[in-house]
Design a protein around this ligand. Structure first.
Ligand SMILES: NC(=O)c1ccc[n+]([C@@H]2O[C@H](COP(=O)([O-])OP(=O)(O)OC[C@H]3O[C@@H](n4cnc5c(N)ncnc54)[C@H](O)[C@@H]3O)[C@@H](O)[C@H]2O)c1
Length: 312
């Protein structure tokens, strides 16, 4: 199903109307805010490969310019700054990823960037008639019971989760796509899987906050990019996770088993965080499903840090 949706979406093909094949096709232009970030840069590479004209708007607060392919146009700017919105001119789609992404941060800037900044992005998109694809988060569910279903009563416990939920509500989801991403990991990511994949093969001590029995739904970045690409056609609010929950201690065991390195695990007092996270992916299943399981995703992430399996 995903493949059939994706195949229909090449921008050159979308421009061609029947009987007008002799008219040169114009590449569809899209804006990616936060395009120099972990997920954003992977999305930009995919959009470029699929033939889109891509403009990236990023203030490089956590993003890295060198991650971007040279075919993408980069504009250094802040989504809070009205002057930056000239870049949106001519865009048919706006992938809005720019955000303060540390779910544990609690200061005003989280609300300012993730809610007020998003509001500006959405207004600018509306003014040029561009469709919005917005990366929301599993953090909107907070302490709601698992598995998290899109229709659940959301109970975010962090500023991050609250600001994402408030931003979601600004959108008409009949004409935009909101993806509630669970824990995304993969090369260049900043998830706990990434941290442990860097430390464990080097026999470095690792710190677990809380008991380690808390669960997360870890989803590989390539799967997330496939889901974001659905935004070219799909509208609505969808969870993007695997539908599986993994205890932090079990994720550590998996990395340890793959690398055959036994880490020293130190436990520290818990941070403000939820105990269980697990997506219900029934709603998105008709269009998308994850293809990289945690075992495979861990191996790919380890390899991105230079780890190689021992020859057998
Ligand atoms: N990584 C995850 O596990 C995860 C989970 C749920 C939701 N999300 C969402 O996905 C999106 C991308 O996350 P990521 O993991 O790639 O994070 P990231 O920090 O790598 O990327 C965020 C990007 O936004 C840019 N940015 C931040 N504030 C900005 C501003 N005011 N103006 C312009 N650019 C700004 C940063 O420089 C960075 O390049 C975010 O919206 C995040 O909330 C991520």
């Amino acid at each position: 199903m995903l493949d059939s949706l994706m195949l229909k979406k090449k921008p050159e093909e979308q421009q061609k109307k029947s009987g007008k094949e002799d008219i040169p096709s114009v590449r569809q232009k899209v804006l990616v805010t936060g395009g120099a970030g972990f997920i954003g840069s992977n999305l930009v590479k995919r959009l470029v490969a699929d033939g889109y004209e891509v403009v990236v708007l990023d203030n490089l607060s956590t993003g890295v310019y060198q991650r971007l392919p040279k075919q993408a146009k980069f504009v250094k700017g802040d989504i809070e700054d009205d002057d930056t919105y000239r870049v949106i001119e001519g865009c048919t789609h706006v992938f809005h990823l720019a955000a303060k992404t540390d779910a544990r941060e609690n200061d005003d800037s989280v609300y300012r960037v993730n809610y007020l900044g998003s509001k500006k992005v959405f207004e600018a998109a509306k003014a040029v008639g561009a469709k919005v694809i917005f990366t929301s988060s599993a953090a909107v569910y907070g302490s709601a019971p698992v598995p998290h279903k899109e229709t659940a009563e959301c109970a975010p416990i962090t500023q991050y989760g609250k600001s994402k939920l408030k931003a979601e509500k600004l959108l008409n989801t009949e004409s935009s796509l909101v993806v509630r991403l669970f824990n995304v990991y993969g090369p260049e990511g900043n998830s706990v899987i990434n941290k442990y994949c860097k430390l464990i093969p080097n026999y470095k001590d690792i710190i677990v906050y809380g008991t380690g029995m808390q669960t997360r739904d870890y989803v590989y970045v390539d799967d997330v990019i496939n889901a974001l690409m659905l935004g070219m056609e799909l509208n609505g609010v969808y969870n993007i996770g695997t539908g599986l929950e993994t205890k932090v201690v079990n994720a550590i065991d998996m990395i340890s088993n793959v690398t055959m390195a036994k880490p020293t695990v130190k436990f520290d007092k818990p941070k403000q965080e939820i105990q269980r996270s697990k997506a219900d992916i029934t709603k998105i299943r008709n269009y998308w499903h994850p293809v990289v399981d945690l075992q495979k995703g861990i191996e790919l992430t380890l390899r991105s840090y230079g780890w190689k399996p021992l020859p057998v």
